[in-house]
Design a protein around this ligand. Sequence first.
Ligand SMILES: [Zn+2]
Length: 81
Amino acid sequence: MKAMSTKTLEKPDVDADADTGDDDDSPKFFHYVRKNKIAESAVMGNYVVALCGETFPVTKSAKPGSPVCPDCKKIYDRMKK
Ligand SMILES: [Zn+2]
């Protein structure tokens, strides 16, 4: 009979430095969302639906200077006409 070996557990090496400083939490594109939807979502704390159909939490929006979502832009341009 073998004695149970008690191995010291080492620190699990999971996502130690997976973060490269570039926080990927916010969307890459700036989506067009109807203003009344934003207000509603801000109150309810739920998701907003962009013109292109993309949904995301209203608290998370693309950084200033982010490119506009091409799908949203297309739909928005069509609406203007
Ligand atoms: Zn979009």
